[in-house]
Design a protein around this ligand. Structure first.
Ligand code: SF4
Length: 359
C-alpha cells in the first residue's frame, strides 16, 4: 500500500524541521491562545501578512479574557484588511465560551476544542498538538498536498471521505511526544518546499527518497481537486461622496457578506449617468460635481465585485443619513472592507490635490 511509505518520512521530516523551521512570532511561545489566534489568522492568509496583525492583536488583546470582553468595533479594527470577518467574530464568541464554560482555561481535548465557535477539525488538531502535545492530526491544504504527492494518491481532496482517509494516515504516523512538531513539519514542508501552484523544490526535500510523486515525475498533478464552480460576478456602482474634508459612510446590514462593517455608499449594479443622478437625489445630497473614477475589481471566495466609481462633491441635506469620516476616522474608528481600498485611495488623492490647490 502506497501509504505504508509514510512511516519513513517521520524521522527525516522532524530533523529537517528542527534545522529549517522559519522563525515566526507564534512559535517561540506556543501557548494555546497564541497558537489558536495564529492558526485562525493564517487561514486563507499569507504568513508575511499575518505577522504584523498577530503582533498587534496579541499586544491589544493578550489574553482570552481580554478577547472575550473586547468591543466589536475594536475587534473588527484589529482585523481590518485580513478579510473573512466572521473569523474574528467567532474568536470572540469562542473566548466567551472559554470564560463561561471552562473557567477561562483553554481546553486541551480535541472534542472539547471542537465545541468552540469557529473551531474545526484542523484548528482543534493544531491547538491540541502544538500547545498541549496531544497526538492529534492537523490536516490543512499544505498537508493534503504533501501527503498526496508522497503517496501519488489520486483521490479528490474536496471529498470528505478522501480527507478523512488522509487524516487517518497521518494520525497513524504521529510520533509519541512530538505530534505538534510533526504536524508543523508537514505544514512547513508544504509552505516552503512542496509548494502549491508551482514546481515543488524536490531537490531540497528531506523526503524525496520516499516520494512516489517525485519518482514518477508526476508530483505536480497532486492534489486532485474537482473543478470549482466559477465565482458569481456582482456589478456595483460605488460613490465616494465628499463634503469638506470628509467622506460619506454607511453601515452594512447585520447579516450576510461583510456584515456590520462600514462601506462607501454603493448600488448593486452598474448605473447609467441618469440613474446615478436619481440615486444621488435619493441620498439627499446637494451635488456640485461628479467625476468618474477608474473601475475596480475585488475577489472574494465565491463572488467577484466589478465596480465602477464616481467621486461626488456635495453638501448633505439635513435628512441625509450618512456618517462622515475624515482620514483619521478611517484609520482609527471605522472598519471598511479592503474591497473599497482603491476608492478610499481616490478620496485620499482628492484631499491632497485640494490642499495643494489651496496653497
Ligand atoms: Fe513534494 Fe517533491 Fe518533496 Fe515529494 S519530493 S514531497 S513532491 S517536494
Amino acid at each position: 500500500m502506497k501509504q505504508n511509505v509514510l512511516q519513513n518520512i517521520v524521522k527525516p521530516l522532524l530533523e529537517w524541521y528542527d534545522k529549517n523551521a522559519r522563525i515566526l512570532p507564534w512559535r517561540d511561545n506556543p501557548s494555546p491562545y497564541r497558537v489558536w489566534i495564529s492558526e485562525v489568522m493564517l487561514q486563507q492568509t499569507r504568513v508575511d501578512t499575518v505577522i504584523p496583525y498577530f503582533e498587534r492583536f496579541l499586544y491589544e488583546l493578550p489574553t482570552v479574557k481580554a478577547l472575550a470582553e473586547v468591543d466589536d468595533e475594536k475587534l473588527l479594527k484589529l482585523w481590518e484588511g485580513l478579510g473573512y470577518y466572521s473569523r474574528a467574530r467567532n474568536l470572540k464568541k469562542a473566548a466567551q465560551q472559554i470564560m463561561r464554560d471552562y473557567n477561562g482555561v483553554f481546553p486541551s481535548d480535541v472534542s472539547e476544542l471542537l465545541k468552540l465557535s469557529g473551531v474545526g477539525s484542523y484548528t482543534a488538531g493544531a491547538v491540541a498538538s502544538i500547545a498541549f502535545g496531544v497526538k492529534a492530526p492537523a490536516i490543512d491544504g499544505n498537508v493534503l498536498r504533501v501527503i498526496t504527492r508522497i503517496t501519488a494518491f489520486d483521490g479528490d481532496i474536496t471529498e470528505r471521505e478522501i480527507k478523512s482517509q488522509i487524516k487517518k494516515w497521518v494520525e497513524a504516523i504521529l510520533p509519541e511526544g512530538k505530534a505538534g512538531q510533526f504536524n508543523q513539519s508537514l505544514m512547513e514542508l508544504g509552505a516552503i518546499v512542496c509548494i502549491p501552484n508551482g514546481v515543488p523544490k524536490c531537490d531540497e526535500c528531506p523526503v524525496r527518497n520516499d516520494c512516489s510523486g517525485h519518482h514518477m515525475g508526476i508530483a505536480e498533478q497532486f492534489p486532485i481537486k474537482e473543478k470549482k464552480a466559477p465565482r458569481k460576478i456582482e456589478n456595483k456602482t460605488v460613490f465616494v461622496i465628499v463634503s469638506d474634508d470628509k467622506v460619506a459612510l454607511r453601515q452594512r446590514p447585520p447579516k450576510g457578506l461583510l456584515s456590520g462593517l462600514w462601506e462607501l455608499p454603493n448600488t448593486d449594479r452598474n448605473l447609467s449617468d441618469n440613474e446615478c443622478n436619481t440615486v444621488l437625489n435619493n441620498f439627499h445630497l446637494d451635488v456640485m460635481n461628479i467625476t468618474p473614477l477608474k473601475n475596480a475589481k475585488h475577489i472574494f471566495t465565491h463572488i467577484e465585485w466589478h465596480m465602477k466609481g464616481y467621486l461626488i462633491e456635495a453638501k448633505p441635506e439635513p435628512d441625509c443619513g450618512f456618517n462622515w469620516a475624515g482620514l483619521t476616522d478611517l484609520t482609527n474608528k471605522y472598519t471598511l472592507p479592503s474591497a473599497f481600498k482603491m476608492y478610499i485611495e481616490a478620496f485620499n488623492i482628492y484631499l491632497t490635490k485640494r490642499s495643494i490647490n489651496q496653497l
